[in-house]
Each structure stands twice: as C-alpha cells, then as structure tokens.
Design a protein around this ligand. Structure first.
Ligand SMILES: Nc1nc2c(ncn2[C@@H]2O[C@H](COP(=O)(O)OP(=O)(O)OP(=O)(O)O)[C@@H](O)[C@H]2O)c(=O)[nH]1
Ligand SMILES: [Mg+2]
Length: 420
C-alpha cells in the first residue's frame, strides 16, 4: 500500500491591476479606468471514492494552480485563475509541514466530497482607478497581484476502521478476520504473512462495523524491527482494539505487555484505546489444558480475557458481540466517524507596514505597498512622483521622522528608492 507521500502545492498569483485612462472621442484625457487583476487559482484537496491510494502522487511533484489574468482598460477585470483540485481517497489526512516556530496544521478528509484549500490563490492587484484622489486625478499607480502560496504538504492515508486487531505475528489475526467477516487475508504458519493492513466488515445482528488486521508487531517495532510500526498510523482512528494473543506461546501476559508497550511508544493515545484481550488457538489440546492457568495470570493483572479459536470459530460470535457493545458505548456511529479538525486557513494577508533603518536607508516594508511599487511603471517620472506621494501618507511620514529621517536621506520601499 502506498499510503504516505509529501507533495508540493503552489497556488496561482493574482493578476496585476491595470493603469489606463478612458479615451473618448471628444474627451482628450478621461479618468482612470484600469481594471483589477483576477484572483489566482487555489489548490484544493478533495476526498473522492474514485481513488483508493496515493500512488498518483508519488514523485514529489509540485501541483500548481493557474495564475489570475491582469486587468485591462475600460475597468475590465482580469479573469481568475482556475483552481487545481487533487483527488485523494477518503481517510486521507493532510498536514502542512510546520514552519519554524509554528504548529503544523492537520486536516482529515473522512467523507467523500470533503475538501480543503491547501494553498489559497493570490488576490488580484488593484487597477489605477482605485488610486484616484482629490490630489491625484490621473493616477499612474497600479498594484501587482499577490503572489501564490507555496508549501509542502504531507498526505497520509489512514484506514477508516472501527476496530483494529493487533498482536504478535502468527497470533491468528488473519484467521480471526476470516472467521468473522467475508475478508480472505492470506493465512500461513510463518510470521509476517500479512504485510499490509486488511479490512473486513463484521456483522452483529442488524449492525456492522469495520475491522482491520494490523500487521504483526514485535518488540522494537517502534525502532523499525519486524515490519516496523508504519501500520500503527491506521490504528489511530480505530475506537476499539482486539488484542489477540497466541495461547500456545509460553507467556501470553508478557506478550500483551510487549505489544502494548509498542503501541504506547508509537502514540500514547493508542495505549489508551479500549482493548479486548483475547486468547486464540484454544482448539489446540495443549492450550485447552492451560486455560485455567492463563486466566489466572491475567486476572492477577486485573485483566479479563476471552478465549477463542479462530480456526473452529469457537467464541468468535461472543467476541464480536462484545466488540459491538464497546463500540456502542464509545458512541459516534461506526466507520468514517473521523474526528473533526480545523481547516487550513490561508496565511493572514499582511496589511501591516513597518519602518526600519538599514544603514543609510530608511525602509518601508509592507506587502500591500510593495505590490503597488511592483505594479507601477516607475520609469515614468510622473509615476515616480505619484508613488512618493502615495507612500508618504501623513502617518507613515510621522513614523519615518520619529525613526530619525532627515532631508537628504534615502528611503526605499520594495524596489523603489528615492531621496527625502
Ligand atoms: N490451531 C489453531 N491454529 C490457528 C488458529 N488461528 C490461527 N492459527 C494458525 O496460526 C498460523 C498463523 O495464523 P494467521 O491468521 O496467519 O496469523 P496472523 O496473526 O495473521 O499472522 P501474521 O499475519 O503473519 O502476523 C496459521 O498457521 C494458522 O492456521 C487457531 O485458532 N487454532
Ligand atoms: Mg496475518
């Protein structure tokens, strides 16, 4: 199963705003009519049953959405860029790779149709009509579109199962799944027969729930021994665990402690899930002979155990009825009842402006303002004059002066530099 992959996503940049003026037959110099740029397309991830694995995302590609188109004269808006929608199987968890100092965000796509915006398209730039004022009726200023967001996201497919069967290799997990459901996992007398989680639907009366066999765990699985702990991520969403123990092994209590230790080392939440402890292979005479001894060992540890034979089916219906009771008590319905989690929010767009001194230059920094600098043709002297007027609004001017600005000093915003 290909169930964990990291991909790059990049939303489209917004289109630039236009700087243009109305031209009419008898109006030699009309008002500003530059339209705004369109929004950049966003990248979305959507759960859809048409896919059942993440193989298509192998290769670490960057998935890009289309950019917005620039605005034009006659106040014509630029067209918005098309969104890019990536389809993943229901049960996929999406997490953004944490930036230093921030938490990574996580989103669960449980039900088909659920979707999340992982990279929000950039806003379009403002056309010059927005820059008209009583003092500037022929603005040459326009704003560049906001750049798209680029990030890397981790996709992880977590099976949606209500119940996980965990235990040592060879304990009989596949046999139990086969006895209780229509699933037909491979069963063999050697360890690690099951290499990937297998699902089966179990029916108890009118009810049904999904049971997953988790590949065998051995001591040190959390350090990669045996098949490692890779599969435990599928257990995270289950609500009840069947802890299956091989009754023919010498010390079932120790085996249980070992497996629980591995669960806890993977995720402490796993160790806290309700468990039903089950001794398997009671059809074997040597096991049957020590049922009392085994029962005593577990009750010494205050643990109630059930006894079954996955081969003959003895005790299996009682076990599944008990599992259903626990599920009902846990509430929340069966399968696909994933924990709600928050949506990715696009980074807050910075309207903030800062003023700082860097050597002999005073720097005005602010994404909104810098986009106006980037969107305006500053080879035109009139546009440069207007830009200075636009940047040094009274409140910014006060801040610059407080920072020690004096006539003759250099001031810079984005790529635009001038002398005070
Ligand atoms: N006698 C007896 N043998 C059993 C029983 N359950 C499983 N076995 C045998 O134990 C061996 C392992 O069974 P599996 O069901 O493949 O065990 P598993 O836990 O899925 O093993 P892995 O997938 O390798 O971890 C097989 O030879 C089974 O026939 C049982 O109830 N009684
Ligand atoms: Mg198996």
């Amino acid at each position: 199963m290909f169930d964990r992959v990291s991909i790059g996503v990049k939303s489209g940049s917004g289109g630039g705003g236009a700087a243009s003026f109305r031209r009419e037959k008898f109006v030699p110099y009309g008002g500003p009519d530059g339209g705004d740029g369109g929004w950049g397309g966003s990248v979305l991830i959507k759960a859809d049953r048409v896919v059942n694995n993440l193989i298509a995302f192998r290769g670490g590609k960057v998935y890009k959405a289309e950019g917005g188109v620039s605005g034009r004269g006659w106040r014509r808006y630029g067209r918005s860029g098309k969104d890019r929608i990536l389809l993943v199987p229901p049960g996929t968890t999406i997490s953004s790779v944490a930036k230093i100092g921030s938490h990574s965000e996580e989103y669960d796509l449980v039900q088909p149709g659920q979707q999340v915006v992982v990279a929000k398209g950039g806003r379009g730039g403002l056309g010059n009509s927005h820059f008209a004022s009583s003092t500037n009726q022929a603005p040459l200023l326009a704003q560049k579109g906001e750049p798209g967001e680029e990030k890397s996201v981790l996709l992880e497919l977590k099976l949606i199962a209500d119940v996980g069967i965990v235990g040592y290799p060879n304990a009989g997990k596949s046999s139990l799944l086969a006895a209780a459901s229509a699933a037909r996992p491979k069963i063999a007398s050697y360890p690690f027969t099951t290499l990937e989680p297998v699902l089966g639907v179990v029916e108890v009366g009118q009810h049904s729930f999904i049971v997953a066999e988790i590949p065998g765990l051995v001591a040190g699985a959390h350090m990669g021994r045996g098949l490692g702990h890779e599969f435990l991520r599928h257990v995270v969403r289950t609500r009840v665990l069947i802890h299956l123990l091989d009754g023919s092994l010498p010390a079932p209590v120790d085996d249980m402690v070992m497996v629980n230790g591995e669960l806890g080392l993977f995720d402490t939440a796993l160790a806290r899930k309700p468990q039903i402890v089950v001794i398997n292979k009671i059809d074997l005479p040597e096991v049957r002979a020590r049922l009392g001894e085994i029962d005593g060992a577990f009750s010494g540890a205050s643990i109630a155990v059930l006894f079954i034979s996955a081969v003959t089916g003895e005790g299996v219906p009682e076990l599944m009825a008990g599992v259903w009771k626990l599920l009902e008590a846990a509430g929340g319905g069966t399968a696909a009842a994933g924990a709600p989690s928050k949506e990715f929010r696009p980074e807050p767009v910075g309207g903030r402006v800062s003023v700082s001194r860097q050597g002999d230059t005073f720097v005005i920094a602010g994404p909104e303002l810098e986009r106006v600098v980037a969107g305006t043709d500053l080879t035109d002297p009139e546009a440069r004059r207007q830009m200075i007027g636009y940047l040094i609004r009274p409140e910014l001017r006060r801040r610059l002066e407080r920072a020690g600005l004096e006539p003759g000093d250099n001031v810079r915003c984005g790529g635009f530099k001038w002398q005070w």
